[in-house]
Ligand binder design. Structure first.
Ligand SMILES: Nc1ncnc2c1ncn2[C@@H]1O[C@H](COP(=O)(O)OP(=O)(O)OP(=O)(O)O)[C@@H](O)[C@H]1O
Length: 263
């Protein structure tokens, strides 16, 4: 078995008197998708921010490749190959696909003061990277990012992270705002990233999406890991119940149905 690329050991986080995360221990390996499930306010965003260097744990250890490795800034996380993709892809609507792919690291041509942004090269590399992820509809790097669908934007952001050497991909609710077809595209890309050996942390509150790609699941309730299990160990109903904090959603549904029948 491979060792985890990224691990959290007994991580706690408080903001002043407010304890948000309690004793979180989690790990994610190369070629594995860890799904982090939790309802609103469970602490998912705070956990992502710790893994991406935005927040520091109040106590506990972050390990990379088995070695304690504090992440004092987002830059430090990025240098360790940790890339975070947010819900809307974090791309720039008024930029072209090529430009947004290379923002900050634009390829240039020419020499010294005569260096100019190499649009053609940027476009070709960006389009190739996205197409290799199976999004063949993107074939023109001059198109504006704002004209892409939500799923395509996510795909572009993921392809970009992988192109620039990410080893750990943190996906923050990548399918939350998408329709079924678009979400399927994004889930395919998550599978492709996994096939390429990335460690993926997939944050969601959509159980079906998690079950489609997850190898390993952690359910967060009020800042603590309430359950930690592997693919196939729990049914969809069990996971939904866990996320609802143990209240049986199935019996709640039955109750609502009978009330509606009486009305
Ligand atoms: N900077 C902060 N100061 C104080 N409390 C905070 C801070 N950030 C988050 N919290 C609290 O921590 C708890 C968890 O918040 P967090 O945003 O991590 O949850 P979440 O699971 O991402 O929720 P959602 O799905 O709604 O985004 C909430 O009760 C929130 O109010």
């Amino acid at each position: 078995m491979s060792n985890p690329i990224l691990a959290l050991r007994a991580v706690n986080k408080s903001f002043g008197p407010i304890d948000v995360l309690h004793d979180i221990t989690l790990e994610v390996k190369a070629g594995e998708v860890l799904c982090l499930l939790g309802d609103n306010g469970a602490g998912k965003s705070t956990l992502i921010k710790i893994m991406s260097g935005v927040h520091q744990p109040s106590s506990g250890v972050i390990e990379i490749d088995g070695v304690a490795c504090p992440l004092p800034s987002p830059r430090a996380a990025s240098e360790q190959g940790i890339a975070t993709v947010h819900q809307f892809g974090g791309t720039f609507p008024l930029m072209s696909i090529g430009r947004s792919f290379f923002v900050g690291v634009e390829p240039t041509k020419g020499w010294g003061p005569f260096k100019v942004y190499d649009r053609r090269r940027a476009n070709a590399i960006a389009v190739k990277a996205v197409q290799e992820f199976g999004i063949t509809r993107i074939d023109d790097g001059d198109r504006l990012v704002g004209g892409l669908s939500g799923g395509e934007r996510q795909s572009l952001a993921i392809a970009r992270a992988v192109h620039f050497g990410a080893r750990v991909l943190i996906l923050d609710e990548p399918t939350a705002a998408l329709g079924v077809k678009q979400a399927t595209h994004v889930l395919r890309i998550v599978n492709e990233a996994k096939r390429r050996g990335l460690a993926v942390v997939f944050i969601t509150h959509q159980v079906m999406h998690a079950m489609a790609v997850g190898d390993h699941f952690a359910v967060l309730i009020r800042g603590a890991v309430a359950a930690d299990f592997k693919k196939g160990e729990k049914t969809r109903e069990e996971i939904t119940d866990l996320m609802a904090g143990g209240a049986s959603m199935a019996s709640l549904e039955a109750e609502i149905e009978s009330q509606m029948a009486q009305a």
